[in-house]
Design a protein around this ligand. Sequence first.
Ligand code: ATR
Length: 271
Amino acid sequence: MIDSQTSLYCIFGNPVIHSKSPDIHNVCFRKYHINAVYLAFKIDSISQGVQAIKSLNIKGVSITIPFKESIIKHLDWIDPEADKIGAVNTIVKQNGKLNGFNTDYQAAVSPLKPFGIQGRKVCIIGAGGAAQAVAFGIHKNGGDITIINRNSVKGEKLALKYNGRFISLEEIKTIQHIQPDIIINTTSMGMAPDIEESPIPEHLLDAQMIVMDIVYNPLNTKLLQDAIKKGCTIIDGLSMFIHQGAAQFKLWTDISPDINLMRQTVLNGDD
Ligand code: ATR
């Protein structure tokens, strides 16, 4: 029931119309009997959002594209890990102060942890905002990083930050020399409407690899279809989405939510 005591949580971004964050957070507020509601707000500038957080009784906020970097200067405190990554996707308001965190990196490594990351050769395709968080998480867990990117300046910079190698996307065939254990696509290649695109040719995949895609529209990307054909272990894009949301929920409520409930809610709808 929504009443005068109901707490407000939200997502700020542009666009947010296709966001599944309200679905996963609201279903968990209900499951754990928390009197709170989560809404999506499209904002034009981050200062608009910050003003809203401060003036309304908003307890927590998810920050998405394109505000993950511009929010930082408005925070009262930033988690040291988010600071290193250079991006914030979660705000917790406490005693009127805005505290910033990044749950994307935990989300990227959570589904990989059961397979082991320490000492594994991990190829990260892309060097944008998502790749920054993924690379931080892999490095923190002892993975051996190779960045593969179209733009070599960005790619080399990210590789250098985490003592990794760099390979240009054009030269992706040379990953054969590295024999990667894990491949993670952080680019938008394969996302609708370009569903026939894949960042890596099928013949470069082999059965002992773990192949992860952060694209979740569609869930069954060309990269993952190819990986299944080659017998690889796959991790789809919903994993990262769900895990980043679960970590946000934990920061806001101190409850570790039911991951399967979140996943089923996205897959089946909430009703
Ligand atoms: P995000 O914050 O979601 O990671 P981003 O910062 O725009 O978004 O980064 C997107 C990444 O996907 C970049 O590394 C980009 O490559 P460049 O650095 O060369 O621009 C990569 N990317 C996007 N579309 C691509 C395409 N069609 N081919 C190759 N790389 C692509």
